[in-house]
Design a protein around this ligand. Sequence first.
Ligand code: HEC
Length: 415
Amino acid sequence: MPAANSSAIPADVCIPDPFTTLTIDFFDDYSWRAFVAMVWPAAKGQRGAPDEKAPLSGPGPRVFETFKSLWEIFHQDGSAPAEFDAYEPPARNACRATTGFGSVVLASFNGIDDIGQAGIGELTGPLVAQNGRYVRYQTLYNKIAYDFIVRNRYYLRSSLPEVPTPRPALPVMQFPYGSIAIKAAWLDMKGFPAAQQRRFYTRSATVKEPATGKCSTVRVGLVGLHIVQKTSSRPQWIWSSFEQVDSVPLFQGGVGKFTFNDGTPAPMPAENPLPLVPLARQPAKPFNVLRARVSPVHEKTVFMNQRYHQLLEGTVWKYYNLITTQWPLLTGNQAVPVPPAQTGEIFFTFPGTGPGSSAASSWANVTMETFDQARPELGCMSCHNQARLGADFLWSVLDHAWPAKFGVAESAVRH
Ligand code: HEC
């Protein structure tokens, strides 16, 4: 097991044998170690490798930013992607930006794929911050996952294996252990006071303005990060999710400056008031976001956050919180690996059926699944379970394999 403040991602969760009660501490500790490894400064000029000698507070692109992003894998014409370490030509991204070590391009050809939140395999409404800017979503794959996709030509819909009937016990596609997928949520920080911005990890990115199609270089802050890794003991992947600490009030009705709440008692709307189609121009009118009362961050997770904030003193990363780890549950000894045939259904996952269960915990990230917080059947694993048999839980393979089909949910269209 690498040290708690290390550039190496743990290969798996580490649970003492035997162990028969709630394993949340082990999973949350794993999640934090995974986070530290993913935000470690990247080795200069390389993709997907940490600079082991650099301190965590060192400058430069982070490891996860050097992974392969969706536009590099799933081309508009279905052509084969370049090797992991290479960079795709500018024409492949929606900004025609020349990219190199650590570049981040937040843009999509139709202008909404990177702005809509994720529903059940479809796009839903956008999230707007207090500065009127939309949150941008970026998905990335590490080398193990990327090479698997490319080797099997899964960037082509015609290569995706069909799920036969009767339905098999195992997914028709199984990523190798050590595969990592990341989903990052970024925000143009324009308008936030400097003192507030300093509490975010910020960097420059090429961002496309959806209303005009123009691209420019802006300073973006990391507001949320999902990390999932497929491990030999948890072939259903381990689902870790982080938020910047100033996203929403810690307690309902809390006062102060928040990224997604104006600090007034105004409630959060029950449904997203903003359509994705048509998309309102920026600055769009913000609404208040709150963490749902039924799914607070688990008290043990809060405790683990305090421990890691101390360890990360002197870095911007102490302003990030783990909000949940979801993992596949089994009965009995938790040190026993979970068989791959187990599904990601709600009964076989932490925190299970949510409200009222003794293990009540959040299962949604306010920056990414903003309106799914009150519905435990829409926790990470429950939703991704619908992509389990066809693509081993990874929705973006099903959505983006060429020709892409990433429709807009009816609820996100204003007629
Ligand atoms: C309501 C459904 C839903 C929920 C809930 C959900 N996701 Fe996703 N997620 C998606 C979809 C759809 C995509 C693919 C978006 C795309 O194609 O760009 C996605 C993408 C991702 C990706 C990139 C890899 C992939 O599968 O394509 C990660 C990582 C991820 N989600 C993690 C999480 C975590 C962690 C949670 C819980 C905190 C979560 N998701 C909750 C639907 C969901």
